[in-house]
Write a protein that binds this ligand. Structure first.
Ligand code: GAR
Length: 207
């Protein structure tokens, strides 16, 4: 591939969304390559999945805060992504909020997956929030990242039913499965430059 579209992936967890994207690339469904995988959690499964695929993977200590990166960590993440010359940053279960300097360095080039139909249930454990609220339809959202929490323009959404016997775990599993289909589809459209943005509205040039 000449000048392939380069993706940087950030994750804090098991990395099943990264695996779905990496598998879609291998299957020729996304015209891109993963240039680097970064994590704020040294033991995160996502790093091992990347290493298994011979993709550069790095743990970067997040610093003193619980929900965001400190200044040094932010600089280290930005530098690693710039060195990898990424075109797009994919947050695949990255559990820290990104702030000013990071967002400015990659404006309009960061996307996230969230386990709810936004704008419902932003924040943590959205599947549990959905169950507690009693909604009948849950799902997941891929969106651009802006300065708010789970508030950026929506690229794609996928719905799943909430069943009467659901526990937080069974609902999360169903949402996860929907994520594994939605996220690669959105990343493919971004890599193919089939997405345009008009204010909050994201238009798919080719459905
Ligand atoms: C996914 O369900 C994703 O939507 C969620 O973390 C999980 C990561 O799973 N992200 C967030 O909650 C971000 N606020 P994975 O590590 O198996 O891809």
């Amino acid at each position: 591939m000449n000048n392939p579209f380069r993706i940087g992936v950030l994750g804090s967890g098991q990395g099943s969304n990264f695996v779905a994207i990496a598998d879609a690339i291998t299957a020729g469904q996304i015209p891109a390559e993963v240039a680097v995988v970064l994590s704020d959690v040294e033991s995160a499964g996502i790093l091992q999945h990347a290493r298994d695929r011979k993709i550069p993977a790095q743990f970067i200590p997040p610093g003193q805060f619980r929900t965001k990166l400190d200044e040094n960590a932010e600089r280290a993440f930005v530098t690693a992504l710039q060195n990898a010359q990424v075109d797009l940053i994919v947050l695949a279960g990255f559990m820290r909020v990104l702030k000013g300097d990071f967002l400015r360095a990659f404006e309009g080039r960061i996307v996230n997956i969230h386990p709810s139909l936004l704008p419902c249930f932003p924040g943590l454990q959205s599947w549990k929030q959905a169950l507690d609220h009693g909604v009948k339809i849950a799902g997941c959202t891929v969106h651009f990242v802006d300065a708010g929490v789970d508030s950026g323009a929506i690229i794609g959404q996928s719905a799943v039913p909430v069943l009467d016997h659901d526990t937080p775990e069974t609902l999360h599993q169903r949402i996860h499965a929907a994520e594994h289909e939605l996220f690669p589809r959105c990343v493919a459209a971004l890599a193919r430059k089939e997405i345009s943005v008009a204010g909050r509205r994201v238009i798919w040039k080719k459905a």
